[in-house]
Write a protein that binds this ligand. Structure first.
Ligand SMILES: [Zn+2]
Ligand SMILES: [Zn+2]
Length: 246
């Protein structure tokens, strides 16, 4: 077999470029100097700090780490959600906060692949084979950005491993949820989520789906999405979020 030709000029060019204009870590901004990769532009110390929640006890509903012997956290013992449970991979701070912010607010659409890569192992281990429904972004932010973050991650999941998204949800006009208390959030989101157009002829709704979002805050948005999904015939909704706000 003839070995592939070594493209020295190309390699040299790339190396020089890396020295003159080093790529920077997505989270701390330090120059990467050949570390990280195009798909994972994160320095080793930020990668180390990007550690999933490892708690012996978590709330059975929202997955927040617990120090008490209780089954549910105080937030969930006061509320009744329609989804079965939420599982969050990280606490919403440090590198994951930066990654989400870069993805959503610095218009780095290509980070959908990186986020899909973080989510995929959990999706396979915990919810193997279930279709994924992404939580839609607010109309205003989608219009401003020109694309919708979580459907973008669902698309990346499909490309990388064939995860199905049988249909999308869409959001009608409504104010942002940020800065509101739980009750205000519930009122604010009510009636703003609708079924979008099916990707293909939908047929029967899947019995169980994973609702995918970036941050779990009060659970109000996930709850409203679940209500719509259940009206569409879905029986059980599991929420999977990148991070939980403590
Ligand atoms: Zn870094
Ligand atoms: Zn909880």
């Amino acid at each position: 077999m003839i070995p592939p030709p070594v493209r020295w000029p190309e390699k040299l060019g790339r190396s020089l470029l890396e020295i003159i204009y080093p790529r920077r870590c997505l989270c701390c901004g330090d120059p990467l100097f050949f570390r990280g990769s195009l798909r994972f532009p994160i320095c080793s110390s930020c990668e180390e700090a990007l550690s999933p929640i490892e708690a012996e006890r978590r709330c059975a509903v929202c997955s927040v780490p617990l120090i008490s012997e209780l089954h549910r956290c105080t937030r969930c013992s006061e509320r009744c959600f329609s989804f079965t449970s939420n599982f969050s991979l990280y606490e919403y701070r440090g590198p994951i906060r930066k990654i989400i912010s870069q993805f959503k607010f610095s218009n780095r659409r290509s980070l959908a692949r990186l986020i899909a890569g973080l989510v995929r192992p959990q999706l396979e281990q915990r919810y193997g084979g279930m279709p994924v429904i992404p939580v839609p972004g607010s109309r205003r932010s989608v219009r401003r950005r020109g694309w919708d973050p979580m459907p973008e991650v669902a698309r990346a999941l499909h490309r990388a491993g064939g995860t199905e998204t049988p249909f999308l949800l869409k959001r009608r006009r409504g104010g942002p949820q940020k800065g509101l208390h739980y009750r205000e959030r519930v009122e604010n989101i009510r009636g703003t989520i609708q079924l979008g157009r099916p990707r293909r002829t939908m047929g029967k709704a899947p019995a169980r789906v994973v609702l995918l979002d970036d941050i779990f805050t009060s659970g109000a948005t996930a709850d409203e999405c679940t209500r719509v999904l259940r009206l569409a015939g879905v029986r059980e909704v599991f929420v999977l979020t990148l991070a939980i706000e403590l």
